[in-house]
Design a protein around this ligand. Structure first.
Ligand SMILES: CC(C)(COP(=O)(O)OP(=O)(O)OC[C@H]1O[C@@H](n2cnc3c(N)ncnc32)[C@H](O)[C@@H]1OP(=O)(O)O)[C@@H](O)C(=O)NCCC(=O)NCCS
Length: 413
């Protein structure tokens, strides 16, 4: 139990779910049917990971994690805690309640032995102080369908499918096969698929009512899918509809290309728009006019916090050779610092705790940002300061962590 000022931080009981949801909804400025939400989440929320801040008997702050797995460069997977439902009531802000809830669950994460913490930040300035750094980027991709066509021919078959248990299992299998090959992607919760396909109505938002298209290879196996919704738009008696892509995942180049081609060739559609796409998406290169595809609203997706630093550094692969002793400033580490010697190269890596003198001193949030290979360590380190004790060590470590392929997390939570 952690006590900031007069408030108490503790895990909630079953019977406190409605009060937790009530408080959280007020923090998020929402007005859902609280009883309905509580009933719906009860079977799948792990209350061992669900923390509240109390002002006397009243819940005034909320914080929760769920168990996931993160694919890291080289495609090893690390156990992770996905942080969500973080709020403090407007009447209780800036008194240290978030900090106290973070301390409580971070302690529990360490006890469970989870290597990383992950979250989507509502506002950029909140989480750096808690050791999280922005590890993946995203963008909104828009294609003006009338200004381009695709190189080459369609290779497989795209079919519309009714959202049901069979199609759900088919797309889950595609996602599962895909996410273990995509650094930055995480394991999803089973219940999410029910909401994503409109098989269950979420108590938070209207039931999904879109279209599902599956791609099959020559053997008839599903190897890609897209979920999308149409936004009606007519101008001067001409159809200018917008297709909003909720997600598109494919296991190979053919399925990827065929699914995008399918979307852009749908009658009445002038624009195909997809949120939460990777900034290094290959799509423009497949078009006869790459300028028909534009990116907008760049941002970050998951923020990464390393808890077990040697394990995390050991697990990922490295494309270059390097040897560096990192001193990592982490207020949660005994003595506020931890030191790791990383020796890495394309043939393998070893990271172990050390007492050797450091080449670099940097904040744990910078390491989190650079860990998946997307952000440059030297850029990420600027935010909270970096000390280079050996000339060239920062450039060496920056090159060591960077990967050719950009990490990408398409899963919002
Ligand atoms: C974000 C939120 C949970 C912060 O709760 P809180 O109890 O006020 O946070 P704390 O008092 O523990 O703040 C700790 C530190 O973070 C800073 N901080 C907290 N929220 C911040 C924000 N939104 N922007 C910038 N700094 C912030 C505080 O100023 C404080 O800094 P200090 O240590 O230098 O004094 C709360 O403001 C909230 O509910 N916001 C709306 C919902 C939301 O955005 N939730 C996050 C979802 S990812």
């Amino acid at each position: 139990m952690v006590r900031p000022m007069t408030s108490e931080i503790r895990r909630i009981g079953d019977d406190e779910l409605p009060a937790f949801i009530e408080s959280m909804s007020a923090g998020f400025l929402e007005r859902p049917d609280v009883a309905k939400v509580a009933e719906q989440v009860k079977p799948f929320w792990d209350l061992d990971r669900t923390w509240a801040a109390y002002d006397e008997a009243r819940i005034v702050g909320t914080f929760r994690t769920w168990a996931t797995e993160l694919t890291v460069p080289g495609c090893a997977r690390l156990s992770g805690a996905a942080v969500t439902n973080v709020t403090v009531l407007p009447t209780h802000r800036r008194r240290g309640l978030l900090s106290a809830m973070v301390a409580a669950e971070h302690g529990a994460i360490r006890e469970r032995g989870e290597a990383v913490g992950l979250l989507w930040a509502s506002e950029y300035p909140i989480y750096g102080r808690f050791g999280y750094g922005p590890g993946c980027r995203d963008t909104i991709l828009s294609i003006e369908t009338k200004r381009t066509s695709f190189h080459g021919e369609a290779a497989g078959r795209v079919e519309l499918a009714e959202p049901d248990a069979t199609s759900r299992d088919a797309i889950k299998a595609v996602f599962e096969a895909w996410r273990v090959r995509q650094p930055g992607e995480i394991r999803r919760r089973d219940v999410g698929w029910e909401f994503d396909l409109g098989l269950l109505e979420s108590a938070w938002e209207p039931r999904w009512k879109g279209f599902l298209a599956l791609h099959r290879n020559d053997g008839g196996d599903v190897d890609g899918y897209v979920r999308y919704r149409a936004e009606g738009k007519w101008e001067k008696h001409q159809p200018r509809n917008i297709l909003n892509v909720d997600e598109l995942h494919a296991l190979n180049d053919e399925a990827y290309q065929d699914l995008w081609r399918f979307l852009t060739e749908i009658d009445w559609v002038a624009t195909v728009k997809a949120e939460r796409r990777s900034p290094s998406e290959r799509l423009p290169w497949l078009l006869t006019n790459a300028r028909a595809a534009t990116s907008s609203d760049p941002g970050e997706t998951i923020w990464v916090r390393l808890f077990d630093i040697p394990r995390a550094l050991d697990a990922r692969s490295y494309e270059r050779e390097g040897s560096v002793v990192l001193e990592i400033v982490d207020s949660e580490a005994p003595g506020g610092r931890t030191r790791v010697h990383l020796e890495a190269g394309p043939s393998g890596a070893q990271a172990r705790s050390t007492k050797r003198s450091p080449d670099l001193t940097l904040d744990v949030s910078a390491l989190g940002a650079a860990y998946l290979g997307g952000a440059r360590l030297r850029d990420a380190a600027v935010a909270r300061g970096v000390d280079e004790h050996r000339l060239g060590a920062l450039a060496e470590a920056t090159a060591l962590f960077r990967t050719l392929d950009e990490p990408w997390c398409s899963t919002f939570f």
